[in-house]
Design a protein around this ligand. Structure first.
Ligand code: NAG
Length: 445
């Protein structure tokens, strides 16, 4: 979890230096920017749409888990090559960053995640996952296709860009903290702001939703082994039963949010894994439980972490068991909360409003889900939003992480155009505000 003080410090500096100044060239006579609608029209062209659909289907057929996105990354680089867009590779094992524009500041980043989930696809269709037990059930295949769509739009309009757009294709969003590794690899050096999106099957096609400030929770995982002594199920006096002890541990964990946390400070503790025993008449030696915890502030998050450990070991010992608790921080780093920058919220509403119509830009309540986009937002001002895909005439879409999850591909022009418009307009509006150290950036690209 990163420090909030750092974020607020950046926010203050950002507010001081980035009072928007509109550059005259990007405005029409009525004061509206022409960029958003021009980009959307381009993205809706048959050949651009079909190209994005083709990319997405190829990735969907060959899903790859976090840090194993070898073919996905190769496909992205091949498309960037065809577009004539230079890139850096590898970053964070499979990550790629492309560069469109002047090669000079200001820099603005737009991001997509590349990894799939370990689950079996249950949708029967022509482009079903060809890899048993792996599936793009979180829309990252669509995210990649839309970011490439944005790359195409931006390349087509490169002469109009008043700075550089950094295209961030990152690995391992699903618990692996790929964003953190991309940051550590220097992806956002000299970058002034970053935008990211997630498809939403419950929001109408052509609508977006987001909010200023905390939007998604910080999250962590835990796993505990509760050990007793196994034996005959009919002679419990000769055993130390870890099944009953683990059951009491789980019940006690539910007191953390209901009895110890401020009811107005949203938190979650869920035990989602319970493994132990294999026979009806044998008490096992040990039981393994595991789950996740969520909170919006660093203090609440660290308090939960501390108490989860205490409650598991304490409650296990009440029943003569021993327990070890592992927070798996190496494989699954804690995600900070996703906190949208206040100024970027106003900026987003304006650009998205020009592209979609302002009544299609919704405010949303925070969700307890999490996103590793939050790592970027700890480093620089960032903005994350949900992109609607629901078309009632086509039927209901299943939620993300369902084996029946499907993408409404009609969303692609919106996602691509939003990415591109947010980046391009940002460059023209903020370019006068960023100090330009002579020549320093050019070589790097
Ligand atoms: C718990 O740990 C203690 C100290 O290592 C050990 O003596 C005891 O046998 C353990 N109890 C169980 C149920 O594993």
């Amino acid at each position: 979890m990163g420090s909030f003080n750092w974020v607020s410090l950046i926010s203050i500096i950002f507010m001081l230096v980035t009072t928007p100044i509109l550059s005259a060239s990007s405005l029409s006579s009525d004061g509206q920017s022409q960029i958003p609608s021009k980009f959307l029209n381009f993205a809706k062209k048959g050949e651009v749409f079909d190209w994005m659909v083709g990319i997405r289907r190829k990735i969907h057929e060959n899903p790859e888990l976090g840090y194993e996105e070898i073919e996905t990354s190769k496909l992205i680089r091949a498309e960037l090559d065809k577009l004539g867009i230079p890139y850096k590779y590898p970053l964070a094992i499979t990550g790629v960053t492309g560069y469109v524009g002047t090669g000079k500041p200001p820099f603005v980043a737009i991001r997509a995640d590349m990894d799939a989930l370990s689950m079996q696809e249950m949708v029967e269709w022509e482009h079903k996952s060809k890899i048993p037990g792996k599936m793009h059930a979180c829309g990252h295949d669509a995210h990649v296709a839309m970011l490439l769509g944005a790359a195409k739009i931006l390349k087509e309009h490169e002469k109009e860009l008043q700075g550089t757009v950094v295209l961030v294709f990152q690995p391992a969003e699903e618990g692996g903290g790929g964003a953190k590794k991309m940051l550590d690899a220097g992806t956002l050096e000299n970058v002034n702001a970053i935008f990211g999106l997630h498809v939403d099957p419950k929001l109408a096609l052509g609508e977006v939703a987001s909010r200023s400030g905390p939007m998604l929770a910080g999250s962590g995982f835990f796993e505990a082994v509760i050990s007793g002594r196994g034996g005959h199920a009919a002679l419990p006096q000769h055993s130390i039963d870890p099944v009953l002890a683990a059951s009491n541990v789980i019940v006690s964990l539910q007191h953390l949010v209901s009895r110890e946390a401020d009811p107005l400070d949203s938190q979650v503790v869920t035990v989602a894994k319970f493994q132990g025993g294999g026979a009806f008449n044998v008490i096992p030696d040990s039981v393994t439980i595991g789950g996740t915890f969520r909170a919006f502030s660093k203090e609440s998050f660290m308090q939960l972490r501390h108490r989860i450990e205490e409650v598991i070991t304490g409650q296990a010992s009440v029943q003569r068991c021993n327990a070890t608790v592992d927070f798996l921080e190496n494989e699954k780093p804690f995600f900070p909360p996703t906190v949208n920058h206040e100024d970027l919220h106003d900026y987003f509403r304006r650009v998205a409003g020009e592209l979609l119509g302002i009544h299609k830009v919704k405010d949303m309540q925070p969700l307890m889900g999490s996103e590793d986009f939050s790592f970027y937002q700890e480093a620089i001002p960032g903005y994350f939003f949900l992109l609607g895909m629901e078309d009632k005439t086509l039927g209901k879409l299943e939620s993300v992480h369902s084996p029946f999850f499907q993408i409404n591909e009609d969303v692609f022009p919106y996602g691509a155009a939003l990415h591109a418009a947010l980046a391009a307009s940002y460059l023209s509006e903020f370019q006068h505000e960023v100090p330009i150290p002579e020549g320093e950036y050019h070589d790097e690209l």
